[in-house]
Design a binder for this molecule. Structure first.
Ligand SMILES: [Zn+2]
Length: 161
């Protein structure tokens, strides 16, 4: 991928799972299940790459860069995006963004989240991050091992160990 390029995505309402995965990889991805693709296109995210499954949109002469997603399977959809743009593992920043609202998460004082995480987690973890927008709290392990495995599989990282 061209380094220095700050890519962002605008995902169609049908691509919720794909949007979540792109956020998990750290990519700025707008997605709203009730905002139409047309509105998304008009929403000032014109510099972002539109992800669509709508042939009418693919075939329209858009100003905006667009990737047409073929697969029904979220993992394969993710692979389509990664392959089309030539994204490498080093282009990603896994677990740096809130998967619920797309905001970058920030470190937070352990003491301040005491009442907001399960006791067991508070006692065993020392590093916490918070989403400044929706206040969701993240800690190592709050993203499952499964997510990690899927990312490793996506970039074939297991082969290089
Ligand atoms: Zn959030």
């Amino acid at each position: 991928m061209n380094s220095g390029r700050d890519i962002c995505f605008a995902a169609e309402p049908t691509l919720g799972k794909l949007a979540k995965w792109l956020r998990l990889l750290g990519f700025d991805t707008s997605y709203d299940p009730v905002v139409s693709t047309k509105k998304n296109m008009d929403s000032g995210r014109k510099n972002c790459i539109l992800l669509t499954r709508t042939k009418r949109i693919r075939d329209a002469k858009l100003q905006q860069e667009c990737i047409f997603i073929w697969s029904n399977n979220p993992f394969d959809q993710l692979r389509e995006v990664i392959d089309t743009l030539g994204i490498n593992y080093t282009d990603t920043h896994p677990f740096s963004r809130c998967i619920r609202c797309n905001t970058r998460i920030q470190p937070v004082e352990k003491e301040s989240v005491r009442r907001n995480v399960p006791d067991f987690i508070w006692q065993t973890c020392d590093i916490f991050k918070i989403c400044g927008r929706c206040r969701r709290i993240y800690w190592p392990g709050s993203h499952t091992q499964r997510s990690h495995d899927i990312i490793m599989r996506l970039f074939d990282r297991y082969d290089h160990r």
